[in-house]
Design a protein around this ligand. Structure first.
Ligand SMILES: *Cc1c(COP(=O)(O)O)cnc(C)c1O
Length: 426
């Protein structure tokens, strides 16, 4: 056994974890492709790509080489008054990949902060244009946009942390996604009523992730964009989870031909190797910050922004989208997930099965007052040799795009087995 585990665990505080009752975390010593190697020599097939980041699998030689090369030259330098090649190249490449004139890239180190920067951009955009009353943000039910205070206020009020921190968060406006005619009218009315106070609408395009893997179609997304344009409200697309191929296109917005005013990226940006995020603005947003007045500038600057190692990793990750057939792999994963998760619909305790791109989600139902024993399910998955970590009411798979058909079949079989065992107990 590892000599670091027990003494170290006495000092670690793990995320989203009831430290009194949760099973001990598994010690990982290496990762390769779609597999995690544990200290006792066991291997787990990874069904969730380390919170949806490791799209090329672990330890890809091309990314490793790029990071090693950068490490030898310039791992980091502050990013005010100084710039460096990896960031400049990455900004140019992101601008070329994103639709329309999304062309100004502000780098940060986490998704939540990328969203915070987008919020600041939106509010200050209107202030710089003499419309300082436009400060509110509209978000959608089931949304998840991060764990910091400003972003918590934009998460689903029931699935998020609103009740825990009630009174400490900015008061924002929740809407329903306009998925039908009535909801379209309601969304339109909401923007008409509050438009003068609203800076932006924020949406996770096509798939709402951590709020429950809810999916909507391109027409709904197009409707959101159209209403924003009509009511003079900025549209922020949070593509932190959906970006870089996860839904089948490089960016989910492209499926609806939508060009948001601001896009947030992170998670798969570096292929799961180093922390990096980006907030990308359209030309007209950037231009609203240009003035003789220093106070009109964007006032933000994380210490480690645009870290050179992380930018090198991101450039290498983009190389792989060019040199390896990632989007074709996503299409194959989508077809396999759809076929192999479909039988779950017949199981007791299953409310819905949803698949989009390389995302497969099974939503569970439970008796009123009943509880879904997530820890027991997680333990069972590990026993079956797979790394799957259900949350809330959802058991989901978001594998690396390089996963083999056989590995994916092992994941879906484990899912059917664990949900079958649960159904037998209901
Ligand atoms: C993960 C995620 C975030 C937050 O990113 P962190 O890096 O965890 O701060 C924000 N929005 C979406 C859609 C996410 O999936």
């Amino acid at each position: 056994m590892s000599d670091w585990l027990t003494p170290g665990l006495a000092h670690l505080w793990l995320p989203y974890t009831q430290m009194q009752t949760a099973p001990a975390p598994l010690p990982v010593v290496a990762a390769q492709g779609s597999r995690l190697r544990l200290a006792d020599g066991r291997e787990l097939i990874d069904g969730i790509s380390s919170w949806w980041t490791a799209c090329h699998g672990y330890n890809h030689p091309h990314i490793r080489a790029a990071v090693e090369q950068q490490l030898a030259v310039l791992p980091h330098v502050m990013f005010a008054g100084l710039v460096h090649e990896p960031a400049a190249r990455l900004a140019q490449r992101l601008a070329a990949l994103l639709p329309g004139d999304l062309e100004r890239v502000f780098f940060t180190e986490s998704g939540s902060v990328a969203v915070e920067v987008a919020l600041k951009m939106a509010v200050q955009y209107w202030r710089n244009k003499g419309q300082a009353a436009k400060q509110r943000i509209v978000y959608f039910r089931h949304a998840y946009h991060g764990d910091t205070f400003a972003t918590m206020a934009l998460c689903d009020p029931e699935e998020g942390m609103h009740t825990l921190f009630a009174g400490t968060m900015p008061d924002q406006i929740m809407a329903e996604l306009p998925t039908d005619q009535n909801l379209r009218r309601a969304f339109d009315l909401l923007l008409e009523t509050h438009g003068e106070r609203v800076a932006a609408v924020i949406v996770e395009p096509l798939v709402q992730g951590a709020g429950g893997m809810q999916m909507h179609d391109a027409a709904t997304l197009a409707c959101v964009a159209e209403a924003c344009a009509r009511h003079k409200v900025l549209l922020i697309a949070d593509e932190i989870m959906t970006g870089f191929g996860r839904t089948g296109r490089m960016f989910a917005c492209a499926e609806a031909d939508v060009v948001p005013d601001i896009v947030c990226l992170s998670k798969a940006l570096t292929g799961g190797t180093l922390p990096l995020a980006a907030t990308v603005a359209r030309r007209h947003v950037f231009e609203a910050f240009l003035a003789d007045d220093p106070a009109a500038a964007l006032m933000h600057g994380p210490t480690y922004m645009a870290n050179a190692l992380a930018c090198a990793a991101a450039n290498a990750s983009l190389d792989l989208f060019e040199s390896e057939p990632r989007l074709a792999q996503v299409a194959a994963i989508e077809a396999q997930l759809a076929a192999e998760l479909a039988p779950c619909r017949a199981l007791a305790g299953v409310a819905a099965v949803r698949v989009k791109g390389a995302i497969g989600a099974v939503e569970l139902s439970c008796q009123p007052g009943g509880r879904i024993d997530l820890d027991a399910m997680r333990r069972r998955f590990a026993e079956l040799g797979v790394w799957v970590r259900p949350f809330g009411k959802v058991v989901y798979l978001m594998p690396p795009f390089v996963i083999t058909a056989a590995e994916l079949a092992t994941l879906t079989a484990a899912l059917r087995q664990v949900l079958g065992e649960r159904a037998a107990r209901l």
